[in-house]
Design a protein around this ligand. Structure first.
Ligand code: SF4
Length: 55
């Protein structure tokens, strides 16, 4: 399982800074590499647009 970023993403970049395993890639929307994500949820807590959901 891995967290996912929906189309609510406004590409602010706050989640990328929060991820401890560098699983988040820049883009519009940003994306999460499912092979790297350890399901910690740190990114979801930082997202101002509630774009990150548990997979
Ligand atoms: Fe990174 Fe944790 Fe978000 Fe997965 S849940 S992308 S490990 S911050």
């Amino acid at each position: 399982m891995a967290y996912q970023i929906t189309d609510k993403c406004v590409a602010c970049g706050l989640c990328k800074s929060a991820c401890p395993v560098e699983a988040i890639n820049e883009g519009t929307p940003y994306t999460i590499d499912a092979d790297k994500c350890v399901d910690c949820g740190a990114c979801a807590g930082e997202c101002p647009s509630e774009a990150i959901i548990a997979g």
